[in-house]
Each structure stands twice: as structure tokens, then as C-alpha cells.
Design a protein. Structure first.
Length: 292
């Protein structure tokens, strides 16, 4: 997927403001939703429904995860303007990476994708995940009452796949995705996974068997990266959503309009590996209602 990209047009690697012994590492995390029905102009089974930039800082003490709404109205290289997730339907991971890099000018180092079968496996391997539900909702065979819910893998699948019936639509689904990831990280750290080699190995096996990672990152590299991040605690993981101006219609499609001014400020901090130090500027885009 990276071999097909034109290196001359790609963003330069992140340049940390402060000297560090390592370089920042940036993943593009992509999740697919097979439970939801495609909207106008969307390809069944060919959409990326969770699009998250994950940055691990050069000093390996902080991480930032930034969700980009799938319905964002953006320029797609060679295709013109359309919904963000159309880039995946039209050109797979390569075009999606190009679209993200063109929008943010942030270089993507690695690509990771997970489908709902993988999500079920990871959740069940962790013994379930706790999430806080804002308002009682139902999806498929499950009802999720307001308050704390302990989800197994199949419940998580339906909880994260829901969009219809949520007050904020896809924005609420993004919050659910972020909340799930935050809770998953907390579960890993509460189990002392990163300080126990046996538990770390078991966790890595669970993750690598449930996700697909680009060929440039082998299992040994992934383990080394995980070990290097043992200083990252849940309190040092910040979640954001790309700044949004509002919503509207483009033809028959409901779309999200991104705030290019505030967004560029966010992306510029990411390019200099300084978003964690400036997180307070984006309080309205940050996730706050998560279980501790």
C-alpha cells in the first residue's frame, strides 16, 4: 500500500520540537462496519467507517488519537471532492492514506485495519470492556442502558456499529469508538500488561491475530514498539476529533464540513510532535466522558 505512493508528493516525517532519542510513529487506524447500510453514493462492503490518526510521541510518553468523521467533505486525490470514506471504496488503503496525508500534511508511517470479527476477538481476549453510555439505546439484539456497561465482544460489535438512533449520529459513534479504545488501553494497563513479559506476549498475539498491519512492520518490530511505549499511561493518551464547522448536504449526501483553520493548527502541532503540550486549545474536540 505504501509502495504505490509517490514519495515526492508525501509529507516529510514529523520534526519534534524537542530532541528525542527516537522518532514519532504515526499509524492510520481503520475500522470497517458491516452492520450499517451504505448511504447514497457509497459502495457496500467497501467503506472505512472509523478513520483515526494515532501518533506515539518521540519520547514514548504520550499518544494522541484523532478521529476524522467518515462523512467529512474533502478533496480526494484524482477524484475531486467527496466523502472521506469514499477514498477507500475507490482506491483502497493507498488512496485513503493519500487523502489523509493531503488533508493533514502529516506523514503516515503504518497502516492498521480491524473488522468486527477482530473487534470481537480482542474484546473477549481482554475479558470485556467497560464503557459509559450517555443515553439508553438499542441496536440489534442488545439494549445499552444509560451508565456503565460491561461489554463482551458481540455486544461491543453492535454498540460500536450503531449510528441510527443516536442523537448526534456519526459524531456520537465517533465518541463511542474513542471511548472503547480508551477503555481498552485502561484495561491493558490495569492488568500490568507492559510490565509483565508473559502478559505482553499474550496481548500482542491477541492483537496481531485480530488486525491487519502493513508489511513494513513485522511482529518483532511491533513488539519492540510496544515495549518502548510502556511509559505511556491512559492519562497520557489524548483523544480528539478533527475540528468541524458543521453539517450540510452535497446532492443527496449528508456531509460534515471540517474547520480548515482550527484543523491546520491541530495538524501543525502533530507535525512537530507537540499536540499533547497544546491539547487544551482543542478542548471542544477532545473526548472527556470516559470511564477511569
Amino acid at each position: 500500500m505504501f509502495s504505490g505512493l509517490d514519495e515526492q508528493t508525501r509529507p516529510a516525517p514529523a520534526t519534534p520540537e524537542q530532541p528525542a532519542s527516537a522518532e514519532p510513529v504515526t499509524f492510520l487506524l481503520v475500522g470497517s462496519d458491516t452492520l450499517d447500510h451504505p448511504g447514497p453514493g457509497e459502495t457496500p462492503g467497501g467503506r472505512s467507517d472509523a478513520i483515526i490518526i494515532a501518533r506515539f510521541s518521540a519520547d514514548r510518553t504520550h499518544a494522541q488519537l484523532i478521529s476524522i468523521p467518515r462523512d467529512s467533505w474533502v478533496d480526494i486525490p484524482g477524484r475531486g471532492r467527496s466523502k472521506f470514506n469514499a477514498s477507500y471504496a475507490w482506491g483502497g488503503p493507498s488512496l485513503l492514506i493519500q487523502t489523509v496525508e493531503q488533508l493533514t500534511k502529516v506523514r503516515i508511517d503504518h497502516y492498521l485495519t480491524i473488522d468486527f470479527d477482530g473487534l470481537i476477538k480482542v474484546t473477549d481476549d481482554l475479558g470485556g470492556v467497560d464503557v459509559v453510555v450517555a443515553d439508553t439505546t438499542s441496536n440489534g439484539p442488545y439494549t445499552f442502558p444509560a451508565g456503565m456497561n460491561h461489554l463482551n465482544g458481540d455486544q461491543a460489535r453492535w454498540y460500536l456499529g450503531q449510528r441510527h438512533g443516536l442523537t448526534g449520529g456519526d459524531f456520537d459513534r465517533v465518541k463511542r469508538q474513542q471511548q472503547y479504545l480508551k477503555s481498552m488501553f485502561s484495561k491493558l494497563f490495569s492488568a500490568h500488561t507492559f510490565s509483565d513479559p508473559g502478559r505482553l506476549d499474550k496481548a500482542m498475539l491477541a492483537v496481531t491475530s485480530a488486525v491487519k498491519i502493513d508489511d513494513s512492520l513485522g511482529n518483532g518490530d511491533l513488539l519492540s514498539l510496544a515495549l518502548s511505549m510502556r511509559g505511556v499511561t491512559p492519562d497520557n493518551v489524548d483523544f480528539f476529533t478533527a475540528p468541524v464547522l458543521g453539517t450540510g448536504m452535497e446532492g443527496e449526501a449528508s456531509v460534515v464540513y471540517l474547520n480548515s483553520v482550527t484543523g491546520e493548527r491541530m495538524w501543525s502541532y502533530l507535525r512537530t510532535d507537540s499536540l499533547s503540550q497544546n491539547a487544551a486549545e482543542f478542548a471542544s474536540e477532545a473526548l472527556t466522558d470516559v470511564p477511569r
